[in-house]
Design a protein around this ligand. Structure first.
Ligand code: AMP
Length: 464
């Protein structure tokens, strides 16, 4: 281990939550969760926010970023109890997707278990009435997606003139979903004397521009993603005819080692079809994608989390931000057009120090996508036998029967990969779902995912 790495670990171990000046009610809630040691982003962001500074953070899901901003903001609310203006909130948190907004609200409730702040979630896909009612007396936290929040603001149901703290979470994803103009409009309505926290997995020019326009002398914090144990994931590929994929999938999912699995499809219709097929085959499954209502999406996730269904069939909307433990298998029913998405998908397994298995079903058409993925991860995936005929493993000139064979690192994106991505962009531009919400657009999310882990963090992310 290098000296630098050792120092990093030592300084990490030296800090406890109790060293960060957090209130007793928060420390108790944290120890109830079993957390004693702050993550690197928490160590750096909590003191800055407590100090009243604006923060510009490069961090992604899995780094503990939610607690990094929720804890110190809760502390401010506890230290200065005051009521918010009617129809207003003291703290506004903007997030790109409804699921992320709900998860942030859950974190506020968890860490605020003793402090008991008032929280409302304002997202599309559900009736606006209950949201308006919850906010009417004034509230501590609103966690919102930008589209629905603007609707309420235009209707006069929400007023942000008393808001003193704003968090923009996953700002690059919000930008990719086309929310940048909405964010600017929202920020323009909040008094300038406020604290602003902007977190983004990557820092493209537009996000820097947003920070320049809306943050005051921010403390900049960049943390590498927590080591994603991609090496702990047993990655395999099965060459199979497109028509045999469903049979292969059922066969895999009925295997004794499969406790809980996510199956990724490329399209919403594909997810529904696979889901129906699994149910007919006697496998309990639930589908989650952008055409489902918010209630359905939440119900599916809750059933999956609670173990009531064994399989979640998902488009890439489920690949980011959603934190479900104990997923033994990730199955790529179809390969993603953007290779980085593969890394995010398989990262749903092998969480919290566990091992996991990722199996990709690859038909003839998808071979170039597989090559892109292998180039990105730096090795050929082990091929597993295909009992269903069609695409024999030997059909792959570059395939090896077992083990990881190094490939050339993906320093430059290969031409084929660019072609695949162009195809992807052309066929999957930002669309709105049936509720008119861009926040649930699977393609947009997938594209964002592509930028997150690997291209931003570099190859180290994969190699660690
Ligand atoms: P986030 O990056 O906010 O999505 O958090 C990722 C996961 O880490 C969540 O399941 C959190 O509950 C968990 N977490 C957050 N802070 C800590 C901590 N200090 N120690 C252990 N786990 C944590």
């Amino acid at each position: 281990m290098t000296l630098r790495a050792r120092r990093k670990i030592e300084s990490y171990q030296l800090t406890q939550f109790s060293d960060l000046g957090l209130a007793e009610v928060l420390l108790r809630a944290l120890s109830g969760e079993g957390y004693t040691t702050p993550t690197p982003i928490q160590t750096r962001v909590i003191p800055a926010i407590l100090d009243g500074q604006d923060v510009l953070g490069t961090a992604q899901t899995g780094t503990g970023k939610t607690a990094a901003f929720v804890l110190p903001i809760l502390q401010q609310i506890i230290k200065q109890p005051s009521s918010s203006n009617p129809k207003g909130c003291r703290v506004l948190i903007l997030a790109p997707t409804r699921e992320l907004a709900s998860q942030i609200a859950d974190s506020i409730r968890t860490y605020g278990r003793i402090a008991r702040p008032s929280v409302a979630v304002v997202v599309g896909g559900v009736r606006p009435g209950p949201q308006i009612k919850a906010i009417a007396p004034g509230i501590d936290f609103i966690v919102a997606t930008p589209g629905r929040l603007l609707d309420h603001m235009s209707a006069g149901a929400i007023q942000l003139n008393g808001t003193t703290t704003v968090v923009l979470d996953e700002a690059d994803q919000m930008m990719d979903l086309g929310f940048l103009p909405a964010i600017r409009r929202i920020l323009a309505k909040i008094p300038e004397r406020r604290q602003t926290i902007l977190l983004s997995a990557t820092m493209p020019k537009q996000i820097r521009g947003l920070a320049k326009d809306f943050l005051r002398n921010p403390t900049e914090v960049a943390v590498a993603p927590e080591s994603r144990p991609i090496e702990k994931i047993d990655q395999k590929v099965m060459q199979v005819d497109a028509v045999s994929k469903r049979r292969a999938l059922v066969d895999i999912l009925k295997g004794p080692q499969v406790d809980r699995a996510i199956v990724f499809t490329r399209t919403k219709r594909g997810a529904d079809k696979v889901n129906d097929h699994l149910e007919k085959a006697g496998i309990s499954a639930s589908a989650i994608h952008g055409n489902k209502s918010q209630r359905e999406r939440e119900r599916s996730l809750a059933a999956f989390r609670a173990g009531h269904v064994k399989v979640l069939v998902a488009t890439d909307i489920a690949a980011r931000g959603i934190d479900v433990d104990d997923i033994s298998h990730v199955i790529n029913f179809e390969l993603p057009h953007v290779p980085e998405v593969y890394v995010h998908r398989i990262g749903r397994t092998a969480r919290a120090g566990k091992n996991g298995v990722a199996i990709s079903l690859c038909d003839r058409e998808e071979r170039s996508l597989l090559r892109d993925i292998e180039r990105l991860v730096g090795y050929s995936l082990a091929t597993i036998p295909n009992p269903f005929g069609g695409e024999a493993p030997s059909a792959r000139p570059d395939s090896k029967p077992k083990g990881r064979t190094p490939t050339k690192p993906n320093r430059r994106r290969p031409a084929q990969s660019r072609k695949n991505q162009a195809k992807f962009a052309a066929t999957n531009g930002n669309r709105r779902d049936h509720n008119g919400n861009a926040d649930s657009d699977d393609a947009g999310l997938a594209r964002v995912l592509g930028k997150v882990g690997v291209s931003a963090a570099g190859e180290n992310y994969l190699r660690r």
